[in-house]
Ligand binder design. Structure first.
Ligand code: PLP
Length: 454
């Protein structure tokens, strides 16, 4: 028995000493923390031994599922050989270099270089600085402004929270910092009005063009967006959106940054989300599925266009983290990518379990409180609605989401709610019967909402 897990008073210790991220600590301490002690496949087990189907793969990250011994073994081997060395001042370690080769190999020759970080937030800070260094090195020092989207999410550091378009994050800490602007999001269900999804997609993309005109092209470095907004509610853009965004970035000569922290490593049935939508970013932050969350590691994938300038023109890039390319994290990531490759998980999502998951979840569209179900690969957003005919939302959207989410949790299913959207993002190894179990429990949660809220 793991002595850390068997300690009996963990709840009290947690309340006394542990401040949790994204939590109202007063409420949490009153209710008590759920202590997760073990994981196996798509299941997690709490300290009392209760089993939950994790419909969210941790935080959109445990792509290969829990309990893979191969990763533990790869980590142990690397720990014994070299637990740490850095990548500053002209050094590297074997797993770090091999990981750079392996990740970039899946970008179809587009993003051939990797700069390592420990998280998605650090990857955001990294490309944000790199984009400015790039333009300065090219003789355009005024090209510094970055355009992002309302309700986007790019992390919790000062730059990450500023680039993200989350009002509740901006309100804490006088954000965003200078040099960042936000445009609207392609959320047709809530904001599309009478427009068709395609017309709305084009309209929202053209907000980028208008914002560049307002700021002056000579002042804009980059536009950043998630291929599918994750934390914002799994907002799948209309088909017209990304082609128009890509066209505008090219025409106006600004860098296009695809935040692949959630969409990367098979989630959409392609190695990266931009491949699903068919556009070519200049920079792409990644994390999460890179190691399936087994150890913290992220990276910025860099196109030849940007790397050439960084290598040949920019001189020292005065940026990096003590643990950039940490050898043990890199060994875990290498083993994770080997598993994804050898088990054909990306193809499985595209051709087998993804379509099954889509059909199973779409069956919920017959439910009176479901307005629309959006899925791509193994990510889904289920839109709750008080009146599906008119797309009328519940008066208290957050309460509606929490109503369903809590019912699911009480019945052994972890889902996430963003406002009145129920989000799912299970491990890529989920079986058909586990998908069925997930949808059945979710349907009961929707019944509970119908019976308890109007
Ligand atoms: N970018 C996106 C799209 C994310 O979803 C997240 C985290 O959820 C981040 C960046 C930040 O990553 P991290 O939490 O590893 O710092």
């Amino acid at each position: 028995m793991n002595p850390l897990t068997s300690q009996s008073n963990l709840g009290a210790i947690d309340a006394a000493h542990h401040l949790h991220p994204f939590s109202d600590m007063k409420q949490l301490n009153e209710k008590g923390t759920r202590i997760i002690a073990r994981g196996e496949g798509v299941y997690i087990f709490d300290a009392q031994g209760r089993r939950y189907l994790d419909g969210f793969a941790g935080l959109w990250c445990v792509n290969i599922g829990y309990g893979r011994k191969e990763i533990a073994e790869a980590v142990q081997r690397q720990m014994n050989e070299l637990p740490y060395y850095n990548t500053f001042f002209g050094t590297t370690t074997p797993p770090t270099t091999l990981l750079a080769q392996k990740i970039t190999a899946h970008t179809g020759g587009r993003l051939n270089h990797a700069f390592f970080t420990n998280s998605g937030s650090e990857a955001t800070d990294t490309w944000f600085r790199m984009a400015r260094v790039y333009w300065k090195a090219l003789g355009h020092p005024t090209k510094t402004h970055v355009i992002a989207r309302r309700n986007g999410y790019h992390g919790s550091t000062v730059a990450g929270a500023s680039l993200g378009g989350m009002k509740h994050m901006h309100e804490q800490g006088n954000l965003p910092i200078e040099g960042i602007s936000h445009i609207g999001q392609p959320y047709w269900y809530a904001e599309g009005g009478d427009l068709t999804p395609d017309a709305f997609g084009r309209k929202m993309a053209r907000e980028l063009e208008a914002k560049i005109d307002e700021l002056g092209e000579e002042n804009v470095a980059a536009f950043v967006a998630e291929p599918i907004q994750g934390a914002g509610g799994v907002i799948v853009p209309p088909a017209t959106y990304w082609p128009e965004i890509a066209r505008i970035c090219k025409a106006r000569n600004i860098l296009l940054v695809a935040d692949e922290v959630i969409c990367g490593f098979g989630r959409l049935g392609t190695w990266f989300g931009h491949q699903h939508f068919g556009f070519e970013p200049d920079l792409a932050p990644v994390a999460k599925g890179l190691s399936s969350g087994y150890l913290p590691i992220g990276a910025v994938l860099v196109s030849d266009r940007v790397a050439k300038v960084m290598i040949e023109e920019a001189g020292d890039f005065n940026h990096g983290y003590t643990y950039s390319g940490h050898p043990v994290c890199a060994a875990a990531a290498l083993e994770n990518l080997r598993i994804i490759e050898e088990e054909g998980l990306v193809d499985r999502v595209r051709t087998d379990i993804g379509p099954y998951f889509a059909a199973a979840l779409k069956s919920l569209e017959d439910h009176p409180v479901v307005g629309q179900v959006d899925t791509v690969g193994l990510i889904a957003g289920v839109q709750l609605a008080a009146d599906k005919g008119t797309r009328r939302r519940f008066a208290k959207p957050d309460d509606a989401g929490m109503n369903v989410r809590n019912h699911c949790l009480e019945n052994g299913l972890v889902m996430r709610a963003t406002g009145d959207r129920m989000l799912a993002s299970p491990a890529l190894i989920i079986s058909r019967s586990e998908v069925d179990q997930m949808v059945e429990t979710l349907r009961k949660g929707l019944d509970h909402l119908r019976d308890t809220m109007t």
